[in-house]
Design a protein around this ligand. Structure first.
Ligand code: MLT
Length: 252
């Protein structure tokens, strides 16, 4: 009997590009068709609008699936990518075979967080993205990673610093607009895996626990020594976790 591989759509976070997923490409392509696009404005993609709401990113991704003739995908997003994944699910539940929510949350921003997004957008244009990247590096990587993996620290720093100010500003303003998605979690009826890093400062473990507990049947996996970029910081464990999850899915 021939088995059809699922498609996994990997959605990067902020301010990143598709290279976030480099350690997953080969490891996951043995068991899935892997799509890892740049969200609009980031990496090598088209220029963004002034504001990029999560719906706009989700629409671009749906258009990509259409273009490739893919009906359903396992939608996997990290952090901002997770906001996009939940938005995608809310718009096209029939296109989602399963969900992987990494280092992300379902709540909307507080008024203070929204104000900080506006400041980030201003800073991106006035001071440049390198300044933002420098400020973020200590928050997105665990102390363990920063101590033990200097090449990874440099790689993540340059990935963030090379993003365009317009993309960073537009995505930041778009994230500020995103609605609360906690209410939709109990009605999610596709297999869901929640992954986080034990040292994620931006999305503390409790955030992932609350999200996983609200989604029927969701499984939570916490990766030791990893921070916010758990797929880069603990790639082997991340890949094994996702591969096992993909293997457990009912055949489409
Ligand atoms: C990300 O990694 O995508 C961001 O930290 C998400 C956010 O700022 O809420």
């Amino acid at each position: 009997m021939t088995t059809v591989k699922p498609t996994i759509l990997l959605i990067h976070g902020f301010p990143q590009d598709h290279t976030l997923w480099d350690p997953q490409l080969a490891a996951l392509s043995e068991v899935a068709h892997v799509l890892a696009p740049d969200l609009r404005g980031f990496g090598n993609s088209d220029p963004p609008k002034d504001v990029m709401p999560m719906q706009t990113f989700a629409r671009d991704l749906c258009a990509l699936l259409d273009e490739r003739g893919i009906d359903r995908a396992v939608v996997c997003g990290l952090s901002m990518g997770g906001y996009v994944a939940l938005t995608f699910l809310s718009l096209w539940p029939e296109r989602v075979q399963a969900l992987v929510l990494c280092n992300t949350k379902a709540t909307a921003d507080t008024p203070e967080a929204r104000e900080a997004r506006h400041e980030t957008a201003r800073n991106a244009k006035q001071k440049g993205v390198a300044v933002i990247a420098r400020g973020m590096i200590g928050k997105v990587l665990s102390l363990h990673t920063r101590t033990e993996k200097p090449e990874l620290v440099a790689q993540v720093g340059s990935m963030m610093a090379r993003q365009s100010p317009e993309a960073v500003a537009a995505a930041s303003l778009g994230m500020a607009e995103r609605p609360d998605r906690m209410v939709m979690l109990p009605s999610i009826d596709v297999p869901t895996l929640v992954i986080t890093g034990e040292a994620d400062e931006l999305m503390p473990i409790t955030t992932s626990k609350v999200m996983a507990e609200a989604i029927p049947g969701a499984k939570l996996v916490v990766l030791p020594n990893a921070g916010h970029l758990s797929n880069l910081e603990a790639p082997e464990l991340f890949n094994t976790t996702v591969r096992d999850f993909l293997a457990s899915l009912p055949r489409a």
